[in-house]
Design a protein around this ligand. Structure first.
Ligand SMILES: Nc1ncnc2c1ncn2[C@@H]1O[C@H](COP(=O)(O)OP(=O)(O)O)[C@@H](O)[C@H]1O
Ligand SMILES: [Mg+2]
Length: 438
C-alpha cells in the first residue's frame, strides 16, 4: 500500500489464500492495475497531444505568412516567426498582452480588432467563415507596408489572424496601372494640343491688325501664354508617353565609365563650380548595356542630385563607377553610384521614389526615377535607393542621398578566334577571361 501511495503501480504480490485478506489483496492488485492502465492511457494521450502541438508549431514556423492567435480576451497566445518578421516586432515577447500594447502597432491593432468585431457581430455574405482585408501599416522609420489580412473565429472565442506582406505586389500593380494611365493620358491630351496652339496663333494673325495698340499687345501676351503652356504640356505628355512605352533595351558591350564621362561633359559648368565630381576607373569590365537608355539614367540621377543640392552652398554630387569582384577575382557586378550631400529622400517618398508620379517638386513629374527603374530592369540590374547617414548610423538624420545600380550581365569575353589571331596580345589571360586584363 505504501508503494502504491508513493506512485509505484507495478504488479504487487497477491497472498494466495481464500480468506478475506486474500480477497482484499486481489481487489487491491486489480485496482492498482486499473490505475496503472489509466495512467498509461493519459500519458499516451499527453504525448500524442505534445506531438501534435510540435507538428503544428513546425508548420507555423515554416509558414511565410504571419499567424497570430488571440485568446477570448484579445491577448496574444501564439505567434509564428513570420508574424514577427512582417511586423518588425519581437512579437513572442508580447505573449499574454493585448495587440494594441505593442508599440507602433496600436492603430493597426485597433483597425484589425474593429474588423474582427464587425465580422463577429454581422458577417457579410460570403465571409461567414473568415474575413479578408488589405491594410496599410506604417512601421518604424515610417516605412509603409501593405498587408493582406485574414481573420477567423476559433472555437472557444479565440481569434485567428493570418497576414501576408504584399507591399511589392501592390507596388508592381500600381506601376502597371500607372503605365496604362500614362499611355491614355498622353493620347487624350496630346491630340488637342496642336489645334489649340494653331488656333491661338491664328487669332493673333487675324485680329492684331484690327485692334488698337493696347488691345493688340494684350492679345499677343495672352496668346504667348497659351502657346508656352501648351508647349510645356506637350513636354510633360511626351515624358508620360516615353515612360509608358519605353522601347526594349538593345544591349551591346559597353564601357560604363566612358559613357558617364561622355554624359558628364554636358555638365561642364557644374564640374567647374565643384558641384559635380566623378570617380571613373578606366578598367571596368564591359557590361551589356543600351547606351541611349543609360545616358538617360545618368541624366536623371545627376539632375536629381543637382536639384537636391540646389539650396546648399557646399553641395556636391558625386558620380562613381566601380567593380565588385568575387573571391576568385572574377567580376560580380559593375556599379554606377550617384550620391549627393543634400537633404536626402523625404521619409514618405523613399519607399516609393521609383514609382511614377511620386514627386516633391513643384515642377516635377516624378517620372525620373521611374524611368531609371524601368531601364535598370531592362538591364537585369539592381536599383538601390538610400539615404546616407552620418557615421553610418541608420537612425540618425540623413546627410545625403545615394542611388546605385548594379549591373551583373557582362559582355561575352573576346572570342578565341581573335585571341588565336593575336597570340602575343599581352593582357589576355590564359583561361580566356579576356575581361580581367582590360
Ligand atoms: N538625390 C535626391 N535627394 C533627395 N531626394 C531625391 C533625390 N532624388 C530624388 N529624390 C526624391 O524623389 C522624388 C522623385 O524623383 P524623380 O522620379 O526623379 O521625379 P522628379 O525629379 O520629377 O520629382 C523627387 O521628387 C524627390 O523628392
Ligand atoms: Mg527627377
Amino acid at each position: 500500500v505504501r508503494q502504491v501511495a508513493a506512485g509505484d503501480l507495478t504488479a504487487k504480490p497477491v497472498f494466495d489464500s481464500q480468506d478475506e485478506l486474500g480477497g482484499l489483496t486481489r481487489a487491491f492488485a486489480e485496482m492498482t492495475q486499473q490505475i496503472a492502465d489509466a495512467r498509461e492511457l493519459v500519458q499516451r494521450g499527453v504525448s500524442q497531444l505534445e506531438g501534435a502541438r510540435r507538428r503544428l508549431q513546425t508548420i507555423l514556423d515554416s509558414l511565410s505568412a504571419g499567424v497570430i492567435v488571440f485568446d477570448r480576451a484579445g491577448r496574444i497566445e501564439t505567434v509564428n516567426p513570420a508574424a514577427a518578421r512582417i511586423l518588425r516586432q519581437p512579437l513572442s515577447s508580447f505573449a499574454g498582452q493585448t495587440f494594441d500594447a505593442i508599440p507602433g502597432l496600436s492603430e493597426f491593432a485597433r483597425e484589425v480588432w474593429q474588423r474582427t468585431e464587425l465580422h463577429r457581430t454581422s458577417p457579410e455574405a460570403g465571409e461567414v467563415e473568415q474575413w479578408q482585408d488589405a491594410f496599410e501599416l506604417r512601421l518604424q522609420e515610417r516605412e509603409l507596408v501593405n498587408l493582406l489580412v485574414r481573420g477567423a473565429m476559433l472555437p472557444g472565442e479565440g481569434r485567428l489572424l493570418v497576414f501576408d506582406d504584399i507591399t511589392e505586389l501592390a507596388s508592381a500593380q500600381r506601376t502597371s496601372a500607372w503605365s496604362e494611365v500614362a499611355r491614355r493620358l498622353a493620347h487624350e491630351i496630346k491630340n488637342p494640343l496642336t489645334p489649340i496652339q494653331l488656333s491661338a496663333e491664328r487669332l493673333t494673325h487675324r485680329l492684331a491688325s484690327k485692334l488698337d495698340e493696347a488691345d493688340s499687345a494684350m492679345l499677343e501676351r495672352s496668346v504667348a501664354t497659351i502657346v508656352a503652356q501648351v508647349q510645356a504640356m506637350e513636354r510633360l505628355v511626351n515624358e508620360f508617353r516615353d515612360y509608358a512605352r519605353l522601347p526594349a533595351a538593345r544591349l551591346a558591350p559597353l564601357d560604363l565609365s566612358a559613357l558617364v564621362t561622355e554624359v558628364l561633359s554636358l555638365y561642364g559648368t557644374d564640374q567647374e563650380q565643384g558641384r559635380l565630381a566623378c570617380r571613373l576607373p578606366a578598367d571596368l569590365p564591359a557590361i551589356e548595356g543600351d547606351p541611349t537608355q543609360l545616358r538617360q539614367v545618368i541624366h536623371n540621377l545627376v539632375q536629381n542630385g543637382l536639384d537636391a543640392i540646389a539650396a546648399r552652398a557646399d553641395g556636391r554630387v558625386t558620380v562613381m563607377t566601380e567593380v565588385a569582384r568575387r573571391e576568385d577575382g572574377a567580376p560580380r557586378a559593375v556599379r554606377l553610384r550617384v550620391s549627393d550631400n543634400g537633404p536626402g529622400f523625404a521619409d514618405h517618398v523613399i519607399k516609393r521614389a521609383s514609382e511614377p508620379y511620386v514627386t516633391t517638386k513643384a515642377k516635377g513629374t516624378g517620372l525620373g526615377l521611374a524611368v531609371v527603374k524601368k531601364i535598370a530592369e531592362e538591364h537585369h540590374a539592381r536599383l538601390r535607393i538610400a539615404n546616407l547617414h552620418a557615421d553610418g548610423a541608420a537612425d540618425g538624420p540623413a546627410v545625403g542621398a545615394q542611388v546605385s545600380i548594379s549591373f551583373s550581365r557582362f559582355a561575352p569575353p573576346v572570342s578565341t578566334t581573335i585571341a588565336s589571331l593575336e597570340p602575343a596580345f599581352p593582357t589576355l589571360s590564359p583561361t580566356g577571361g579576356a575581361m580581367q586584363g582590360r
